[in-house]
Design a protein around this ligand. Structure first.
Ligand code: IVH
Length: 692
């Protein structure tokens, strides 16, 4: 290639330069992620990457889907394409019990000798001289999202989620941003499918939630949810920013195979630069397995990434094939799940927090204790009835538990440790924030003062949240400052803020003040549904607010509607309808809406653009149970796209119940009412109808 410029001529082999840069960056990635032995400093690496980005931009004809530049994300997608798995992607049977593990070992051994048709008594196997040589590989069970990666001729071409095990969504653009996934492999089998887990390590997860907290966004309950949420985003830059990681834990289609056992396959994968899953050990008996599991349990919180158990599998592939699979899981593997970790600590005090609806919830203040890898000193005590039922007292040694979620719970007091000095926990009689007297209804305690500063703070934080006004930068801390300084007393006051008044607040700089004012102003156009869901109207959350905006064009129509009209809406019972009407006409709702309208907040409903035919336009659908491939929210979004109204409870108005696994009372009710019950394939079939 030659470049004839203004008066001079120099040969520039751009293609060779691009190839060289890609190779250098790949080598640096390999050195960093596989060999843990960096060959380039950050600045040098960034320089090479920037140079490559620049050249690729000038030469789009030299595009390569696996260029290292895809690590930064790229353009958002329209949707995920689903594809069949070359081999079904199975799940695992779980157990918490030692006896189950012993039985599993017995079953395996029995299966291994079944060829010789010897009938063996369970338990007698370990003593038998003809016992086959069993090796079981143990490795940590990583708590993330399962994925199947496919390289063809060494190039990463596909990344499918598990989906229903037969068909998954292609998330390859998201996966390409994961730094420890090699985009190009040298000397790999022609077709190589590797199954594994995408996860977020502890440090990235903490960082993500810290950032979300300071931007006023809802926190992810755990790293698995954060990973799943990240991978569901159609915008690959989200995945790029959140620093996900991958570990291999199995194989799919592999031309020529990768050896005769999982241990061999692991080393082959490692040699190819594909990260495999942490410490792996081989055992030969249930007793050894149980010892190793205990060791893993001690070790798990020092790994730096989330694990929820240990996976045990027969190491030898031929034996695996011989043992076979059931419809959902292989017989040759089983997952041991760790029990939720508990720790004892002293309950020092109870703090009553005021929520946005005025509810007071008790929070335990405890002596710091190390639990599931983090130090905790606060835990939920649920409500006063729970406290009374469990007889939890201040000064008690209590057991705290973290069960997959971030917020630890107080499980119970350790009665044997009581000294007699403990004090009962008394329900407060006045609001700790405003001093107003409180009302107790069953287990709930309310502050009914609508000008209570704590409630205003909570309400404003909720209103600014991601599913409501989505005002980035307006986090809890800033909201508190605004309320404390008397700058914001109502929702509409947000739009009365200017940079000058914001700059008077501590730690608010010019740049963030102007960004915040801009974000607030942008939020004017979020539409009726989001405004309604943000106002904290009793019983009106995101779903009910959406229903309202689907049936009423603006706040004027809402204000002239009768309670009976609200009751006729899908999923609006008499109580919700009454509460809404009362909020609008007796509790100041009307002036809240008019005030918002006066500061320019749009109170018209934004009707979603109709992009496909709406075959479900007259349907009212309830989703229940766990669907094989779609998340609940995802299924509901698809249903709405297709024109259906989606509601939360089954009533005479319901036309269909979309039921998945473990569907409980809703399914039963539907069957009693003779409502049509459908499954996920029905929804997928509706989605596949051609657009009109
Ligand atoms: S082996 C046939 N090994 O946990 C599936 N799975 O709850 C063989 N997982 O479906 C999978 N860490 O998505 C295996 N070290 C590990 C794992 C692991 C996490 C996931 C995997 C599996 C799920 C079962």
């Amino acid at each position: 290639m030659s470049n004839s410029g203004a008066g001079y001529d120099f040969p520039v082999d751009v293609e060779a330069k691009i190839t060289e840069l890609r190779t250098k960056i790949r080598e640096a990635d390999h050195a960093y992620y596989v060999e843990a032995n960096p060959v380039l400093g950050d600045a040098a690496y960034d320089r090479l990457l920037a140079e490559l980005v620049d050249l690729e931009r000038q030469h789009p004809e030299l595009f390569d889907p696996n260029s290292p530049t895809v690590r930064v994300g790229g353009a958002p997608l329209d949707g995920f394409a689903s594809q069949l798995h070359a081999r079904p992607m199975l799940s695992l049977d779980n157990t918490y019990k030692h006896d189950d593990l012993k039985e599993w070992f017995d079953r395996i051994l029995k299966g291994m000798v079944s060829d010789s048709s010897t009938e063996l008594e369970p338990g007698s196997l370990f003593a038998d001289e003809n016992v086959p040589n069993l090796h079981v590989a143990l490795e940590p069970k990583v708590d993330g999202v399962a994925v199947s990666l496919r390289w063809e001729q060494g190039s990463l071409v596909l990344a499918l989620t598990r989906g229903d095990g037969t068909r998954g969504d292609d998330i390859v653009q998201q996966v390409r941003t994961i730094r420890n996934v090699p985009l190009v492999l040298s000397s790999a089998p022609e077709i190589l499918e590797v199954r594994g887990e995408i996860f977020m390590d502890d440090a990235s997860f903490s960082r993500l939630n810290e950032n979300r907290e300071s931007s006023g966004l809802p926190l992810f309950a755990n790293a698995r949810n954060a990973t799943a949420g990240t991978l569901k985003s159609l915008d690959p830059t989200v995945a790029a920013e959140r620093q996900l990681r991958f570990v291999a834990h199995g194989l799919g289609e592999v031309s020529g195979g990768l050896g005769s056992s999982w241990t061999q396959a692991r080393s082959r994968l490692e040699a190819l630069g594909i990260p495999v899953n942490g410490p792996s050990v081989l055992v030969q008996s249930a007793a050894d397995a149980i010892n190793e599991i205990d060791r893993f349990d001690q070790l798990r919180h020092s790994l730096g990434y989330p694990t929820d158990g240990v996976v045990l599998r027969v190491d030898d592939f031929a034996t695996q094939d011989h043992l076979g699979v059931t419809s959902r899981s292989p017989r040759w593997a089983i997952a041991w799940k760790f029990a939720a970790e508990q720790a004892p600590t002293k309950l020092l005090d109870v703090e009553w927090q005021v929520g946005k609806g005025g509810t007071l919830t008790p929070r335990a203040i405890m002596e710091p204790v190390c639990l599931a890898g983090t130090t905790v000193q606060h835990a939920s005590l649920h409500n006063i009835e729970e406290i009374e039922r469990k007889d939890i007292r201040i000064g008690d040694i209590v057991l705290v538990e973290k069960a997959g979620e971030i917020i630890p719970q107080v499980v119970k007091p350790v009665l044997a440790e009581r000294s007699g000095q403990e004090r009962p926990i008394v329900a407060p009689e006045i609001c700790p924030s405003c001093g107003h007297s409180l009302v107790r209804v069953g287990p709930k305690i309310y502050c009914i003062n609508t000008s209570c500063p704590a409630q205003i703070r909570e309400k404003l934080s909720w209103f600014a949240g991601r599913d409501q006004m989505d005002i980035s930068g307006l986090g809890e801390k800033l909201v508190s400052q605004l309320v404390d300084a008397g700058l914001v007393k109502t929702f509409a006051d947000l739009w009365r803020l200017d940079e000058k008044s914001l700059l008077k607040l501590e730690k608010v700089r010019e740049k963030s003040a102007s960004a915040l004012v801009e974000a607030i102003h942008r939020a004017r156009g979020q539409g009726l549904a989001r405004v309604l869901s943000g106002l904290g109207i009793p019983q009106v959350g995101v779903v009910a607010a959406r229903t309202l905006a689907e049936h009423f064009d603006d706040h004027h129509q809402l204000l002239t509607a009768t309670a009976a009209e609200f009751e006729a809406l899908p999923d609006f019972g008499e109580i919700t309808a009454q509460l809404l009407w009362r909020w609008l006409h007796q509790q100041g709702g009307e002036s809240v809406l008019l005030d918002l309208s006066s500061v320019g907040v749009q109170l018209r409903s934004i009707r979603a653009e109709v992009s496909r035919s709406q075959p479900l336009v007259d349907c009212v659908v309830v989703v229940t149970g766990t669907l094989p491939t779609l998340g609940r929210k995802e299924a509901e979004a698809h249903l709405r796209e297709l024109g259906a109204a989606v509601t939360g409870s089954v009533s005479a108005k319901t036309t269909h119940v979309l039921a998945g696994e473990k569907a409980g009372s809703k399914l039963e009710k539907a069957q009693n009412l003779g409502i049509q019950v459908v499954d996920e394939t029905w929804l997928l079939a509706c989605l596949e109808q051609p657009k009109t």
